[in-house]
Design a protein around this ligand. Structure first.
Ligand code: GLN
Length: 304
């Protein structure tokens, strides 16, 4: 497979295309990013890497970190975590509160904000130093000790985090949040403010693609069956109310963030990360979706 030629071709084609997306403005600090940034990094499980554009520039990974948080919680508590959240697509936006009341404070899945707040609560209950241990896990899985978070972004989100505060208060009223709300929100905003490059992101998702290697980072092991479940959740819930569209057009497990990043994996073949900050109304990068749709179309390989 000539990934290099295909990636370069897609990059040039997508870059010249139209976009109706906008940089996320509900977290004011995210507006400081150059909307024209665009990078792609694809890493194969057999050790090759292909990068294009701004693939080595750091950006805010936002909700992509929900996959790492779920991985640690799943490793710590196993199947018990599903007592507190479901595994169904929500069909609603990432920060919607409507369903949460109907469903008595039990979020549909771990990748919408409500679910990720429950996961954050689980980590606060079970880790001695949640921020430190989370960052150590991300450093180890990405093989890069320089990974850090952006204090300004975390602060900006905290200042304007009214919606997340509403979600967590609603869940607390139903008894699905155990710790202090401020503590969990602070940890959650920290997770979202982690910064990575496309290359680092692709590297850190390679373990979800490389099923022949045992998964064990910072003593948080996951079985093959658990990795299968995380990948299944990425395909059914990774793009909120656009998850069906992503499966339909791209056909790979993946996860997006409002910083404009998208990461996707092809089991046993590759991991790919794209970053372009202009997102659509569902919170997903417009160029990111386009790039991955073209990638599986041109390579003629997806999981389907
Ligand atoms: N930090 C963002 C929030 O809580 C994450 C949302 C996202 O990336 N979809 O709203």
């Amino acid at each position: 497979m000539n990934f290099s030629e295909i990636i370069n071709e897609i990059y040039s084609e997508v870059k010249c295309g139209e976009t109706d997306g906008h940089v996320a403005s509900y977290i004011p600090e995210l507006l400081n990013v150059n909307p024209d940034k665009f990078g792609i990094a694809l890493l194969t499980v057999d050790g090759n890497e292909f990068c294009c554009g701004d693939a080595e520039e750091k950006f805010s990974i936002q909700s992509i970190s929900k996959v790492f948080a779920l991985s640690i919680a799943f490793s710590l508590l196993g199947e018990k975590i599903w007592e507190r959240m479901g595994v169904e697509p929500s069909g609603t936006s990432f920060n919607s509160i409507m369903q949460l009341e109907y469903e008595k404070g039990k979020p549909r899945n771990p990748f919408i904000n409500a679910g990720a707040l429950v996961v954050a609560d689980i980590l606060v209950s079970n880790l001695k130093n949640p921020k430190e241990e989370f960052l150590e896990f991300v450093k180890e899985i990405s093989g890069n000790i320089s990974i850090s978070f952006n204090h300004k972004i975390a602060q900006s989100e905290k200042e304007f985090g009214f919606r997340n505060a509403a979600l967590i208060n609603m869940m607390k009223s139903y008894g699905n949040i155990k710790n202090d709300i401020e503590l969990i929100l602070d940890f959650y905003f920290f997770l979202c403010s982690i910064e990575m490059t496309c290359k680092e992101l692709a590297q850190s998702f390679l373990p979800y693609a490389n099923l022949s290697k045992p998964f064990n980072y910072k003593n948080f092991p996951l079985t093959k069956s658990q990795i299968k479940r995380i990948n299944a959740l990425m395909i059914s819930c990774g793009f909120y109310d656009e998850s069906g569209e992503f499966a339909f057009k791209v056909g790979l497990p993946g996860k997006s963030g409002v910083g404009g990043g998208i990461v996707a994996i092809h089991p046993n073949i590759y991991s790919v990360a794209v970053w372009s900050p202009r997102i659509n109304s569902k919170g997903n990068s417009v160029f990111g979706m386009k790039t991955l749709e073209m990638l599986t179309t041109k390579t003629e390989i997806s999981i389907f």
